[in-house]
Design a protein around this ligand. Structure first.
Ligand code: NAD
Length: 268
């Protein structure tokens, strides 16, 4: 019998690209707590890499292609989960995409197509995925999505992704209301900046990491592992009364209102 906070639970992890992915740290943390896992990967390009990474750690894990832009693929992904498992306890949505140019230039230059693309993959997909996952879940089911502070405040050059994250967070609250009737919870983790494949597309990433290290109350950046541990909490029955929440895992950066004024050498 597996032991741990997620013992006996079955969960789907969307968004593993490589060993640096936040989704991968979540998967490891969930497996350590006794969960059985299924994974999606995006296209043939990532299939080999994800199958190798997951296969070495969890040889029996289910792995299926799923592009979240495609309703039919989402439906067949969850149909296969139903065929294999019958039911599902949790989903981690750790998926986002925006055109690189839109994370470099001024937000005001965002094209209609770039805006729609970022919203589709990074926000609407949570709705589409939850719609297919919820019928497989019993009361106690839990869905967790990954957000960032750029949803709440202006982070220059995060741009359209900040707008998509705001939509993701709002969607999670509406989903929390709809699915709460069935006892299913929906929450977001707002993670601090972390070096990953997606993050490399964000032009200001190096400065975001430096700024967090300097001004977050914990004076450092957060790790993938810390996000994974928080995901375990939100997926487990330990958080049974928590839904529609955005939980910051950012070394406290979001509580700061002003930076640098603590330096007495700068006093007039
Ligand atoms: P990552 O590149 O490892 O993961 C992003 C994943 O999205 C990849 O696996 C990619 O295949 C997947 N994806 C993109 N388009 C897709 C599509 N159409 N269909 C299915 N999958 C698709 O990067 P990450 O940093 O681990 O990102 C995971 C999540 O965490 C994202 O939502 C990201 O916005 C969020 N996040 C990241 C940071 C950070 O600084 N890295 C901070 C806060 C939130």
């Amino acid at each position: 019998m597996p032991e741990g906070l997620l013992a006996g639970k079955r969960g789907v992890i969307l968004g593993v690209a490589n060993e640096k992915s936040i989704a991968w740290a979540c998967a490891q943390a969930c497996a350590e707590q006794g969960a059985s896992l299924a994974f999606s990967y995006l296209g043939e390009g990532l299939e080999r890499r994800v199958k190798k990474l997951v296969g070495e750690f969890l040889p029996d894990a289910l792995m299926l292609q799923c592009n979240v832009q495609n309703d039919a693929e989402i439906a067949s992904f969850f149909q296969e989960i139903k065929n294999q498992w019958g039911s599902l306890d949790f989903v981690i949505h750790s998926v986002a995409f925006a055109d690189k140019e839109d994370l470099r230039n001024q937000f005001v230059t965002t094209s209609r197509a770039g805006f729609a693309l970022a919203m589709d993959i990074s926000a609407y997909s949570l709705v589409a995925v939850s719609r297919e996952a919820a019928p497989l879940m019993k009361p106690g089911g839990s869905i967790v999505a990954m957000s960032y502070y750029g949803a709440e405040k202006v982070v220059p050059r995060y741009n359209v992704m900040g707008v998509a994250k705001a939509a993701l967070e709002a969607s999670s609250r509406y989903l929390a209301w709809d699915l709460g009737e069935k006892g299913i919870r929906v929450n977001c983790i707002s993670a601090g900046p972390i070096r990953t494949l997606s993050a490399s597309a964000i032009a200001g990433m190096r400065l975001m990491l430096q700024t967090t290290e300097k001004f977050a109350p914990l004076r450092r950046n957060v790790t993938q592992e810390e996000v994974g541990q928080t995901a375990v909490y939100l997926l487990s029955d330990m958080s049974s009364g928590v839904t529609g929440e955005v939980l910051h895992v950012d070394c406290g950066y979001n509580v700061m209102g002003m930076y640098g004024v603590e330096d007495p050498s700068q006093d007039a």
